[in-house]
Ligand binder design. Structure first.
Ligand code: F6P
Length: 533
């Protein structure tokens, strides 16, 4: 299968995309569900390539594995766990069985408890020592931060609750900056940690506790916890009535649909949060039912595989022309790179193809004035993923939104068309002549033929955001199955954590750096001379 794709790629690699792009291709190389449209016509994938890519799905058993995931089978094989974030948004679905037990009553019960607490915080029924809660601080990192932080920013137009802050980094600058702007007497601190052991989170939680303790008598009363570890939240002093638990079948980077989304729910309200879940559930159903060619997650995954594993483009730029999605690239970095950045396949053998790509990006149009130069004229091809809404939320400034959309469409067109030497010459023919004209013209050539996809939607509502995030989650799943890896563990983060724990006493000057490599020892020495210990 891979061989056939490689052979096909060799045959078509130099072909131009633009001449292929007639109305028939524009209508055919799209996948749509409801009002969401994925256009991949501006890639070099043709009907034969697409058929070969779809063969990969069948060969890898994606449909069977997808059904196994939704059914609660332990598809996270290295950790022996089910993968059931989809159950958290299975609002009106049937039972979901894990080890012979329906998990839905527990899921719906926790959702109802979150809603009741969110309602109380928003209405003032739950108050701080100084009165109604004005600020909520979510302390968490990785999956316990990136999802809710990204979504809270994305849904800012829907905020009607207390202000919401996110602290993740152990760098004291992070928490100090947030605490400076909050009143401890009217602040709710939410400690979000699946394990409740993550050093950054627990360190920040203790800092917040000490900060609050300076003016609030019962600090525990203004703390809530989101975790699978009820014993540890109790040991921290958080009353079980404000602990929202979830099971180990919810992976950290897939967890914002449940308790980890509490800060978002408090900010936008339980109804809007349900709309967010409904959007994700709609994408789940689409993923489960749509034929591959019409299936957004499947096609997005296959386009990614074409560009990364077949064409060899190592990175992918995610470029939201939607400022509200400013944190989407960072969120996707964890979702995609922690999930599919693996070097061995499920059975432990070395991967014989590349793992998932480096994902990066910034909102347009800012990126245009920063790194697009390299995307257009650099020597490496960077497949781009554009996201764009038909409407923003600022009706009185719609003319600016129109300009934003024009920029988005112009970029994908420019990447594909490029500018020939002749066209470049005619641009500067009135200014230069002879050899100088040639030299100047060459600087203005764009090779073009650079691939991109565009995800278009009406407006970034809670429902649409739910659809987008679920789309990316399932894309990661499909890619992982095709590559034969486990997308649901993250052993690659362990070594650094272990070494950091061992280095802490060295940095503090309590232990010697002897036994460390020369570079590390010299850096410790330099930093100690400049005040670290
Ligand atoms: O460092 C990786 C990781 O385990 C992520 O997978 C996870 O989202 C993050 O740390 C935070 O973990 P926790 O929610 O247990 O604090």
């Amino acid at each position: 299968m891979w061989d056939k794709l490689q052979t096909h790629h060799k045959a078509v690699a130099d072909r131009r995309i633009e001449p292929m792009l007639d109305a028939a291709r524009a209508a055919d190389f799209v996948a749509q569900t409801g009002d969401m449209r994925l256009d991949y016509a501006k890639t070099n994938i043709d009907a034969e390539g697409r058929a070969l890519l779809i063969d990969l799905l069948d060969a890898a058993g994606v449909a069977e594995k997808r059904d196994a995931m939704f059914a609660g089978a332990p598809i996270n094989e290295t950790e022996g766990r089910a993968v059931l974030h989809t159950a958290l948004r299975n609002l009106d679905g049937g039972p979901v069985m894990v080890d012979g037990q329906d998990v839905m009553p527990g899921v719906l019960d926790t959702l109802a408890r979150m809603e009741s607490f969110a309602h109380d915080v928003r209405s003032g029924t739950f108050a701080g020592q100084g009165g109604k809660i004005t600020d909520v601080i979510n302390i968490g990192i990785g999956g316990s931060d990136l999802g809710p932080a990204m979504a809270a920013q994305a849904l800012a137009p829907y905020h009607d609750g207390p202000r919401c802050h996110f602290v993740s980094n152990v760098d004291p600058a992070d928490i100090a900056g947030v605490l400076r702007g909050c009143d401890p007497a009217t602040t709710l601190v939410i400690v979000a940690s699946k394990t409740f052991t993550t050093i950054e989170t627990m360190t920040n939680a203790r800092t917040a506790q000490a900060w609050m303790g300076q003016s609030v008598t019962d600090t525990g009363a203004q703390f809530a916890a989101l975790s699978t570890a009820a014993d540890k939240t109790a040991a921290f002093g958080i009353d079980p009535s404000r602990v929202f638990g979830f099971e180990d079948w919810v992976g950290g980077r897939y967890s914002m649909w449940g308790p980890i989304g509490l800060s978002l729910m408090i900010a936008i309200g339980p109804d809007a949060f349900r709309a967010f879940l409904r959007g994700a559930q709609a994408m789940d159903r689409h993923f489960q039912a749509a034929p591959w060619q019409d299936n957004l997650p499947a096609m997005l995954a296959l386009v990614g595989i074409w560009h990364n594993q077949i064409c060899g483009h190592a990175t992918r730029a995610v470029l939201p022309y939607d400022n509200l999605l400013a944190r989407l690239p960072a969120y996707l970095q964890q979702l995609e790179m922690e999930s599919n950045g693996k070097g061995v396949s499920m059975d432990g053998a070395d991967l014989t193809i590349n793992s998932g790509p480096v994902v990066w990006g910034e909102p347009g149009t800012n990126g245009q004035h920063a790194f697009y130069q390299l995307i257009h004229q650099g020597t490496r091809v960077i497949p781009c993923e554009f996201l764009v809404a038909a409407r923003g939320h600022e009706d009185d400034l719609h003319h600016q939104h129109q300009l934003l959309v024009a920029n988005c469409l112009a970029q994908s067109e420019a990447l594909m068309r490029g500018r020939t030497l002749d066209e470049a010459r005619s641009k500067v023919a009135d200014k230069f002549e002879g050899a100088e004209l040639e030299r100047q013209a060459r600087h203005r050539v764009f090779k073009g033929n650079r691939p991109s996809v565009t995800l278009a939607y009406p407006q970034l509502t809670p429902e649409v955001l739910g659809q987008i995030v679920a789309l990316y989650e399932h894309r990661v799943f499909v890619e992982g199955v095709v590559l034969g890896i486990n997308s649901y563990d993250q052993w690659g983060v362990e070594l650094g954590k272990e070494l950091a724990t061992a280095l802490q006493p060295v940095v503090e000057g309590k232990e010697s750096a002897q036994g460390k490599d020369g570079s590390t020892a010299a850096l410790v020495d330099f930093l100690q001379k400049h005040g670290v210990s």
